[in-house]
Write a protein that binds this ligand. Structure first.
Ligand SMILES: *Cc1c(COP(=O)(O)O)cnc(C)c1O
Length: 230
């Protein structure tokens, strides 16, 4: 098992350094510990050391962990979400980072009503344009936000993207910058019920660049809790 207190301390120092470079307050940045490749024990260790936000990307892996630890953390669903799995997520996961189509939004709305639960949702945007990535094209986001902002059981909280893996993290900067600019453009329109506060961007490889470009949720797997499947 990775030494979590040690990795947390190192990550916090790196967050603080990134914040200093751009005059941000480190309190603006939440760490989502991505536990998709680690056991229930390691997930529990993360919670024991003060991690609050947990990220999972597959429903079938997430549910057993949630069954054991659900009450202790705030759960984020970060992977591609199949519509038929929404019923397992609603009421358990406070956040969905991968809202990328209207059929999914409609299902979250429907299950939210049944459960009387509002889910915080990030609209996933495919900024890089890679075919292997999910998410809306940037030019589709405005229309999508207009539609989903009418839904009562969806709280649109921001935008999410994944940058391509780069040897040099610096090369991801334009991706993060474009997501921030898109968020700011949408907010400037002052649409009813649209206040996109958050940017979910940055992973183990590139979180400092993402912070410099405005990330408020960084999603950290290998650098924080490790990868036990390797
Ligand atoms: C796996 C995953 C992460 C974490 O990846 P690391 O590189 O291990 O930090 C973050 N976000 C998403 C959407 C993921 O699927």
């Amino acid at each position: 098992m990775k030494n979590i207190p040690e990795s947390l301390q190192m990550i916090k120092q790196r967050i603080e350094a990134a914040c200093r470079r751009v005059h941000r307050d480190p309190k603006e940045i939440e760490i989502v510990a991505v536990t998709k490749y680690v056991s229930v024990e390691t997930t529990k260790a993360a919670l024991d050391h003060g991690v609050v936000h947990l990220g999972e990307s597959r429903v079938q892996d997430a549910i057993p962990k949630w069954a054991e630890l659900g009450q202790r953390g705030t759960w984020h669903f970060i992977g591609h979400l199949q519509t038929n799995k929404v019923k397992d997520i609603i009421g358990r996961f406070a956040y969905v980072h991968s809202l990328d189509r209207l059929s999914l939004a409609a299902e979250i709305e429907k299950r939210g009503e049944i459960n009387n639960t509002v889910t915080n949702c990030f609209v996933q945007v495919n900024i890089s344009g890679e075919e292997t990535k999910f998410g809306l094209e940037p030019k589709q986001v405005l229309e999508f936000v207009k539609e989903t902002s009418k839904m009562k059981y969806i709280n649109l909280c921001g935008l999410m993207t994944m940058a391509p893996y780069e040897q040099e993290a610096e090369e991801t900067r334009t991706i993060f910058k474009q997501l921030r600019e898109l968020r700011d453009e949408l907010n400037a329109l002052q649409l009813p019920r649209v206040q996109l506060t958050h940017l979910s961007m940055g992973m183990s490889n590139d979180f400092e660049v993402a912070i410099e470009e405005g990330a408020t949720f960084i999603r950290l797997g290998s650098v924080l809790v490790g990868n036990e499947r390797k």
